[in-house]
Write a protein that binds this ligand. Structure first.
Ligand SMILES: [Zn+2]
Length: 255
């Protein structure tokens, strides 16, 4: 069933050249992928996140942290991208400039086909060397033990931002530029915007973007946005993509 989109939003989208999207844990949850706290089930419930998801924890007990992220990767792999993930791929193909910034680490945007993707918090689908930072995209994911870096022999660690670590400054700069240059900025399923992601909608707004929130729940951003769609991304985004594709708004086809 089609979601009724506000005419003001449709008008903005029809004239937008640059669209930037920020997604969060709510979108992952729609696919059944829990956030860090939600993933503390079974034997993992015995641990504090400080023991599982900090650089200090990795130094102290690399096997435990490795196992925790292997468990979370398994949860993500068993999930499938939602219709909202696929709608975002359609949006990427539609707008002349499009950036997708995500706080999620589950790799579902990539699996759906999004390529203009800034994974602020990294991805469960990569590991990197703790010492020399060499990235590794293919490794024995069944291994219960952390594996050594092929270059220097130090431990490989998850390529995610652990608690207490910062987002890569280069990635953050790219995200800030995408926010600054957006005509329309969509905040999707991001109930808890952690810093520095929380500043991105503010940057976009200051630069004149039309701010849209898609979230069933009210958030700290709700009072700041120009348009709030109080529903799931899965309910809303396919209708946005369908409308863009189906209303003679194809850039090439427009007369
Ligand atoms: Zn190394």
């Amino acid at each position: 069933m089609s979601y009724e989109l506000p005419p003001r939003l449709l008008n903005r989208l029809a004239h937008a050249q640059r669209v930037t999207v920020l997604t969060g844990a709510g979108l992952a949850a729609e696919c059944g992928v829990p956030n860090a706290r939600g993933a503390q089930t079974g034997s993992w419930a015995e641990y504090d996140l400080i023991e599982l998801a900090t650089p200090q924890a990795f130094l102290r007990n690399p096997r435990l942290v490795w196992g925790w992220y292997a468990f979370r990767r398994g949860l993500a792999e068993r999930a499938t991208p939602s219709p909202a993930h696929y709608a975002l791929v359609d949006l990427e193909q539609h707008f002349p400039a499009f950036s997708l910034i995500t706080q999620t680490i589950d790799g579902l945007h990539w699996r759906a086909g999004s390529r203009d993707l800034l994974e602020l918090n990294g991805s469960l689908n990569r590991v990197r060397c703790y010492e020399c930072s060499t990235l590794c995209l293919s490794w024995d994911t069944e291994s219960h033990e952390p594996l050594p870096c092929a270059h220097c022999g130090a431990w490989l660690r998850p390529d995610v931002v652990l608690y207490g670590e910062g987002v890569s400054s280069q990635l953050l700069r790219q995200a800030q530029l995408a926010a600054e240059h957006a005509d329309v900025f969509l905040i999707i399923g991001a109930s808890e915007l952690a810093q520095p992601a929380a500043t991105l909608p503010l940057i976009a707004r200051r630069a004149g973007a039309y701010l849209v929130e898609v979230n069933r729940d009210e958030t700290a951003m709700s009072v700041l946005v120009d348009e709030r769609l109080a529903d799931t991304a899965t309910a809303v985004l396919p209708s946005v993509a369908e409308w863009l594709m189906g209303n003679g708004l194809s850039r090439e086809g427009a007369v």
